[in-house]
Write a protein that binds this ligand. Structure first.
Ligand code: SF4
Ligand code: SF4
Length: 441
């Protein structure tokens, strides 16, 4: 099978072996869960509970009347201690519900139901009620993505198992340990969208996941699954970007400013497919996810089922993840697109794929130097931008020119910054440019 890819990109050290072969572990329940009310792209949620309320596991804590939003649920039985601002790993202080777990209550059981009779509309409603969002990064509400507007049609569904960020192996863990469940999730999405083609796309450094899907599809009794093709991707960063996947598999480009939907494609992450399976088959809301715990400062790295609302401190203090040296950097997400945290009191969110504890050596602290005009940043950019020009125009405040440089097409993958020998923080310049352009609209 030939490995497909896209133009540009980089090959950082992957460090996936640290966690890849470890078992998929359960994790202790948090004593106090911190649930930010909004964990999605879209309208913010309003709290539906108040201080002192007793809550059930799976109870809705906050929601919005807007279609482009996603409710949040309690991950445990317990009591609302407070509703106040807590540190969100990406957005900073954010209104959150603090729940003290009732230690006398066992976790709730979820009963499997027959899903054959559900219409596409009912399936979407179940996914919406369960608060499912894109778990591969952006946290866009999944029910919105699956509600294709009239006049549009999804011809090609791509299941994203690329997992191109260094260190992260949570998608690999789900693909190899929950293969059948993901296929059931795919079958649900196929029933909703009726695509002509469905691909499961996996990088060639995850052969066990490729074999697992190939074998299960061959043995499947579901007619809809038999036509699925498992495609091999070259291991390259950012292979898991939606536009890069579409380019690699079909050769087609999503035009600047457009969405995959505009050319008949829909990309869905494997972790999200697992959440869809649980939402539809078990009415289970998205209250836990698999998180990679990795780095070069800890014992017991691996992949853990973590409740949404558990904090990084819970992971260090309760999971046996002993830090044997002081990390220089704690990152939520991967090292290329993740966010460095100032402390450990930050909660796991629906789209938290990893927590990395990195030493000074791995954290890549370098002095910024002068641009040497080598154009490496241009060569690696997967969306054909000229990061060095963007940087120069931001420094000079030439905001009008920046729109012509298509800054808003940047996917903030960090490949340019990674390849820059002058260690210029190009992504920061791009983010600054985007926020100025957004503010001028
Ligand atoms: S300019 Fe944006 S899309 Fe291009 S390499 Fe840099 S971060 Fe990635
Ligand atoms: S990679 Fe860095 S040094 Fe080279 S042109 Fe781009 S910004 Fe300049």
């Amino acid at each position: 099978m030939k490995a497909l890819t896209f133009p540009g990109g980089v090959h950082p050290p992957y460090y996936k072996a640290i966690s890849m072969s470890e078992p998929l572990r359960g994790a202790p329940l948090p004593l106090i869960a911190v649930i930010p009310l909004s964990q999605h792209i879209g309208a913010p949620n309003e709290p539906l509970v108040k201080k002192g309320d007793h809550v059930e596991e799976g109870q809705v804590l906050g929601k919005s009347g807007s279609f482009v939003s996603s409710p949040v649920h309690s991950p445990v039985y317990g009591k609302v201690l407070e509703i106040k601002k807590a540190f969100h790993p990406v957005m900073g202080p954010t209104l959150s519900v603090f729940i003290e777990r009732n230690k006398n209550k066992e976790p709730r059981g979820y009963v499997e139901q027959d899903v054959e009779e559900f219409s596409p509309r009912e399936l979407i409603e179940k996914i919406r009620n369960a608060g499912v969002v894109g778990m591969g990064g952006a946290a866009f509400p999944t029910h919105v993505k699956l509600s294709v507007p009239e006049g549009k049609k999804i011809e090609t569904l791509i299941i994203n198992g690329a997992e191109c960020e260094p260190y992260l192996t949570c998608d690999h863990a789900v693909m190899t340990r929950r293969t059948q469940e993901i296929l059931k999730g795919i079958e649900i999405v196929i029933r909703i969208l009726q695509p002509k083609n469905t691909y499961i796309a996996i990088e060639d450094n995850k052969k066990s996941a490729i074999f697992a899907f190939q074998r299960m599809i061959k043995e499947s009794t579901y007619k809809a699954l038999l036509g699925i093709q498992v495609v091999l991707l070259k291991t390259k960063y950012p292979q898991g970007g939606e536009k890069q996947l579409i380019k690699a598999i079909s050769g087609r480009e999503v035009p600047p400013g457009k969405l995959p939907l505009d050319i008949g494609f829909l990309v869905q992450n494997v972790g999200t497919l697992y959440a869809i399976y649980e939402a539809v088959y078990f009415n289970k809301p998205l209250i836990e996810r698999v998180v990679t715990i990795s780095g070069d400062c800890l014992n017991r790295p691996g992949n853990y089922f973590v409740k949404i609302g558990a904090t990084v401190r819970d992971i260090v203090e309760q999971y046996g993840v002993e830090l044997y040296r002081e990390p220089k950097k704690i990152i939520v997400g991967g090292p290329m697109m993740g966010f460095a945290q100032p402390h450990m009191d930050v909660p796991i969110l629906k789209n938290t794929s990893g927590i990395l504890f990195l030493s000074e050596q791995r954290a890549r602290y370098f002095e910024e130097r002068q641009c040497i005009k080598c154009a490496r940043c241009v060569d690696v950019c997967p969306v054909n931008l000229v990061p060095t020009d963007i940087m120069k125009n931001v420094r000079k405040g030439y905001w009008d020119r920046l729109e012509k440089l298509h800054v808003t097409d940047c996917i903030e993958c960090g490949a340019c910054m990674y390849s820059c020998p002058a260690r210029i923080p190009l992504v920061q310049y791009i983010k600054d440019a985007k926020s100025v352009i957004e503010g001028r609209k």
